[in-house]
Ligand binder design. Structure first.
Ligand code: NAP
Length: 523
C-alpha cells in the first residue's frame, strides 16, 4: 500500500523518527482536546439519536480527564438499529459492487486525511503510544482499501460455471446475508472495527456496530466518517453501551443474519453458542492468544531480545498477538534472560502522548488487578526477574501504570503459562532443544502467533512445519505484535484463537461475509 500524500508510511513497526509526523501528531493532540467533555448520541438510520442514559469515557493515563459522555444504548436502541439496517439492506445489497467500493474508498480517504486526529484520540482513549496509535489509524484506511480491492479483483464474486447443454447457463454468485453485528475489542478500536465492518459492508451487508465500552469515542468517529463518505442511512449504525445492555439484545435479535467478533475466547465462544442456538448462522470469531517465541542455540540474541521484548511489552501486552511465553535453549538461557531484563528496564513508561513514551497505561483498573494477582502468584511459585510493580505514585498516580515483567522458574503447566493475561508479563523457561520448544509452544489451547529466533534454516523450516499457530514468523526484530498488515501478512487464529480459518488482513477475508447462490438459466 502506498502512502497517500508522499508522507512516510507508518506501520506498527516502521514509525520513522520523522519531525513532521511528530509535529502533526502534537497539533492533532491539541485539536482533539477541544472535543472533550461533550455528550454524544448513538448513530441509527443516518441520524444522531439521543439516549437518556449515559456513561463516561475517561483517559486511562489520567482517569480525572473525562473524554465525553456516551449513550448507554439498550434493547430499544438495538431494535431501532437492527430495523434501520434491515431497511437499508435491499438497496445496499443490490447496489452495483463498484458503487459500494467507491463509497468505502471515500471512507478510507477520510480516515487517511484525519489520521493524526484519530491517532491522538486513541492515545487519549486507550493509551496507545504515538507509533501504535498512528499505525492503528493508517491500518484502518488500508483495511478498507484492501477489502475493496478484494471485491474488485473477484469482480463482485460472480463467475460463469460449466454448462451441460448449449441452451443452459449457470452463474455462481456470492450474495450478502443481511444485517451483521460487528463487535470489537478495545485494543484496536479503529483498525479492527473498520476492518470487520468493511468486510461486511463491501460484500453488501448492512451493519450494527457495538464498540467496546472502553473505546466508544473512536467507534463513534468511525460511524461519523462513514456517514460523511456518503453511505446511505441505516447502512452503518453505531450503538454504544455495555455488553449486557447492547451486546446481548443484538446477539438475540432474530433479524441478525451474521456476527463478526474480535475479543476474548470466553466472550467469543459464549456469543457463538448463543447466536447459533436456533440454527446455523455465519459467526466469525477472532480471539485471544498465549503466544510463544522460541530462541534456539543458533539465535542472534540481540535480535531475539529486541523482538521478544517489543512483542511482550508493546502496548502493555494488550495485543492478541503479544508474546507471553518464551522458550530458550538452555545453553543461551542465562545470557538471554539478563539481556532481556536490561532491555525491559530501559523502556520508558509514561503519558502515551509524549514522544519518548514506549509504554503507556493499561486500559482499566481490572487489568491492573489482573496484573497484580499474576505477579503475586509468580512471586509465590517462581521468580520475578524484572518488573512486577504497580506504579501508584506521581506522575503515575491517576493512571493504570505497571512495569514490564519477566518471570521464570514456574512449573510447565502453571496457570501463567496457560491463560491469556493481556498485561506486560512474559513467562520464560529453558528448553533442551528445538523439539522440546515446539512441543511446549503447541501445548496451548490457543494458536494465534508464534515465532522462532535461529540462524539455522533447517530449524526455521522445522518450526514453520510443526508449529500450531496462524501467524508465524522467524527472526523479526519487531516481533509478533507487528505481524499483520493488509495484503502483507494475514492474521488468523487456530485452535482457541479463532474459527474462521481465513484471517483479517488476508486475501480470503471478504468471501466469508457472502453465501453462494447457483443460478441456472435455460434459454
Ligand atoms: P472482550 O472482553 O472479549 O470484549 C470484546 C467485545 O465483546 C467488547 O465490545 C465487549 O463489550 C463485547 N462483549 C462482551 N460480552 C458481550 C456479550 N455478552 N454480548 C455481546 N458483546 C459482548 O475483549 P477485550 O477485553 O475488549 O479485548 C481483548 C481481547 O480481544 C483479548 O482476548 C485479545 O486477545 C482479543 N483480540 C483478538 C484479536 C484477534 O485478531 N484475534 C485482536 C484483538 C484483540 P464491552 O466492552 O462493553 O464489555
Amino acid at each position: 500500500m502506498k502512502p497517500q500524500d508522499g508522507a512516510p508510511k507508518v506501520t506498527y513497526s516502521t514509525f520513522a523518527d520523522n519531525e513532521d509526523l511528530h509535529r502533526s501528531f502534537e497539533a492533532a493532540a491539541q485539536q482533539v482536546r477541544h472535543w472533550f467533555g461533550a455528550t454524544h448520541p448513538l448513530l441509527i438510520g443516518g441520524r444522531e439519536v439521543d439516549c437518556a442514559d449515559k456513561f463516561e469515557d475517561t483517559n486511562p493515563a489520567d482517569i480525572r480527564q473525562q473524554l465525553g459522555r456516551f449513550g448507554r444504548g439498550g434493547p430499544q436502541a438495538v431494535e431501532a438499529a437492527v430495523g434501520a439496517a434491515a431497511a437499508a439492506f435491499p438497496a445496499w445489497s443490490r447496489l452495483d459492487y463498484r458503487a459500494r467500493i467507491e463509497l468505502l474508498r471515500r471512507g478510507a480517504e477520510k480516515i487517511s486525511e484525519r489520521r493524526f486526529e484519530l491517532a491522538a484520540l486513541m492515545s487519549y482513549e486507550v493509551g496507545k503510544n504515538r507509533a501504535e496509535a498512528l499505525g492503528d489509524a493508517e491500518e484502518s484506511a488500508d483495511l478498507l482499501r484492501y477489502y475493496c480491492n478484494q471485491m474488485a479483483e473477484a469482480q463482485g464474486f460472480t463467475r460463469t460455471l460449466d454448462r451441460l447443454s448449449a441452451n443452459e447457463e449457470t452463474l455462481s454468485v456470492l450474495r450478502p446475508y443481511g444485517v451483521w453485528g460487528v463487535i470489537a475489542p478495545f485494543n484496536f478500536p479503529l483498525a479492527l472495527s473498520a476492518g470487520m465492518s468493511a468486510g461486511a459492508l463491501v460484500a453488501g451487508n448492512t451493519v450494527v456496530f457495538k464498540p467496546a465500552s472502553d473505546a466508544p469515542f473512536t467507534g463513534l468517529m468511525l460511524g461519523r466518517i462513514l456517514q460523511q463518505a456518503g453511505l446511505a442511512d441505516g447502512v452503518f449504525n453505531v450503538v454504544t453501551g455495555s455488553a449486557a445492555e447492547v451486546g446481548d439484545p443484538l446477539i438475540d435479535h432474530p433479524k441478525l443474519a451474521g456476527l463478526v467478533f474480535t475479543g476474548s475466547f470466553e466472550v467469543g465462544t459464549a456469543l457463538q453458542r448463543r447466536f447459533t442456538a436456533g440454527g446455523p448462522k455465519p459467526c466469525i470469531l477472532e480471539m485471544g492468544g498465549k503466544n510463544a517465541a522460541i530462541v534456539t542455540a543458533q539465535a542472534d540474541l540481540e535480535r531475539a531480545v529486541e523482538g521478544i521484548a517489543r512483542s511482550a511489552f508493546g502496548y502493555g501486552g494488550q495485543k492478541c498477538s503479544a508474546c507471553s511465553r518464551a522458550f530458550v535453549a538452555r545453553e543461551r538461557y542465562d545470557e538471554f534472560v539478563e539481556r532481556l531484563a536490561q532491555y525491559a528496564r530501559s523502556l520508558s513508561i509514561g503519558d502515551p502522548l509524549e514522544r519518548a513514551t514506549f509504554l503507556g497505561p493499561l486500559i482499566h483498573r481490572a487489568a491492573v488487578d489482573k496484573y497484580r494477582a499474576a505477579v503475586d502468584q509468580a512471586r509465590r511459585d517462581g521468580r520475578i526477574v524484572v518488573g512486577g510493580e504497580v506504579l501508584d505514585s506521581e506522575p503515575f498516580r491517576h493512571g493504570h501504570f505497571v512495569t514490564p515483567t519477566v518471570v521464570d522458574q514456574l512449573a510447565a503447566d502453571h496457570r501463567l503459562f496457560q491463560e491469556e493475561l493481556f498485561v506486560p508479563l512474559l513467562c520464560v523457561a529453558p528448553v533442551a532443544d528445538l523439539n522440546q520448544a515446539i512441543e511446549r509452544t503447541n501445548r496451548s489451547a490457543y494458536g494465534l502467533t508464534a515465532g522462532v529466533y535461529s540462524q539455522d534454516e533447517r530449524e526455521v523450516r522445522e518450526f514453520f512445519d510443526r508449529v500450531e499457530a496462524g501467524v508465524t514468523y522467524a527472526n523479526r526484530r519487531s516481533g509478533a505484535t507487528t505481524g499483520a498488515w493488509p495484503g502483507v501478512n494475514s492474521f488468523c487464529g487456530w485452535k482457541g484463537s479463532g474459527n474462521s480459518g481465513k484471517g483479517a488482513c488476508g486475501p480470503h477475508y471478504v468471501a466469508q461475509f457472502l453465501r453462494e447462490q447457483s443460478r441456472t438459466w435455460m434459454h
